[in-house]
Design a protein around this ligand. Structure first.
Ligand code: TRP
Length: 331
């Protein structure tokens, strides 16, 4: 059994792409491994959310991930700031993290470009905080995408550096966890690329979207004037709506429109009407669960409290041992 850690950024609602990406893998992993999934609210401070927004965003993610099937009886689900031991480990790791390596980090260089007016030290040390998230539970596996590989590499560097510095074999080397589940590609609605909130208004279908909002987004999905010859390959925008149909509609529906395309009889208006209906039914159970869980204040609080206790148990042990290794002694 592996110890698995992953952080979830509290930005934006859960959309179809998130679900078929990391989330479904988390849901399978929780059955087999010792999993810690946390909401990265310390990390989110780098972009200065208002106090009013912060709690609501965190709560919403917790509710949506519970609705999607993360099980607090199986995995440890917690809020990062409920475990301040993380911040303490971050402090220790920062003492051995060098300016040069932090400045060279790709995500830092991207941030400098995206928010030149707010290049704070938290951004620079984002990789140290992420390393603390992972090392605080002495994790062996981290289920992250390609964009996080460099952060994970830095985590190994920081953990190894600590081990070498104090001549211990304390932190294991966490590896990327590519779970067996095939990733289902979920394209967005604006013609190119994958579904994502940063791809513009109307590109993503959120589980909290009401049916009418879903219908409007789907009806606005980018298409073209249709094929002029039979059996032609589909341009990207068209492939995208077919891919979405493959995920949410029956094979019969998919095959029907595929046939219409291949025989140049397709009417995208009709196809999108059908896609909207199927998208609404597909997302319905999750929409209802999100509402039910969100209304259950006592349950949400209990989940957060239990998560905090379980995560702190593991984190406090690490901090106790790390303090001893470093040489802090109680008077
Ligand atoms: N950096 C990750 C992301 O942007 C989120 C994250 C923070 C994380 N801490 C982590 C992921 C620890 C895995 C492990 O998606």
């Amino acid at each position: 059994m592996e110890t698995v850690v992953s952080g979830i950024r509290p930005t934006g609602n859960l959309h179809l792409g998130n679900y078929f990406g990391a989330l479904r893998n988390f849901i399978s992993m929780q059955n087999e491994h010792n999993c810690y999934f946390f909401i990265a609210d310390y990390h989110s401070l780098t972009t200065h959310p208002t106090p009013g927004d912060l709690h609501g965003n965190v709560r919403q993610i917790l509710v949506e991930y519970l609705a999607a099937g993360l099980d607090p009886e199986k995995a440890t689900l917690y809020v990062q700031s409920d475990v301040p031991e993380t911040a303490e480990l971050y402090l220790y790791l920062n003492m051995n993290a060098y300016m040069g390596e932090l400045e060279r980090c790709t995500s830092f260089k991207d941030k400098i470009r995206q928010q030149p007016e707010n290049v704070n030290a938290g951004l620079l040390t984002y990789p140290t905080l992420m390393a603390a998230d992972i090392l605080i539970h002495r994790a062996t596996k981290v289920p992250v995408g390609k964009d996080q590989e460099q952060h994970l590499e830095m985590t190994r560097t920081f953990g190894n550096r600590f081990n070498r510095m104090y001549n211990v074999e304390y932190f294991p080397e966490p590896q990327a966890f590519n779970f067996g589940n095939e990733l289902v590609k979920i394209p967005g609605l604006n013609g190119t690329g994958k579904m994502g909130k940063s791809e513009g208004e109307g590109n993503a279908i959120y589980f909290v979207d009401e049916p009418e909002a879903i219908r409007k987004k789907v009806m606005k999905a980018v298409t073209d004037s249709g094929p002029t010859e039979p059996n032609q390959p589909k341009p990207e925008a068209i492939q995208n709506i077919f891919q979405l149909m493959k995920v949410v509609s029956t094979p019969e529906t998919f095959n029907f429109f595929d046939e219409m395309y291949n025989t140049c009889q397709i009417r995208y208006g009709d196809m999108k009407k059908q896609l909207a209906v199927d998208m609404i039914s597909f997302t319905e159970p999750m929409r209802e669960k999100i509402k039910a869980i969100s209304a259950d204040e006592a349950y949400v609080s209990k989940v957060a409290r239990i998560g905090k206790e379980k995560a702190q148990e593991s984190a406090a042990k690490t901090i106790r041992e790390v303090r001893e290794i470093i040489g802090f002694k109680r008077f």
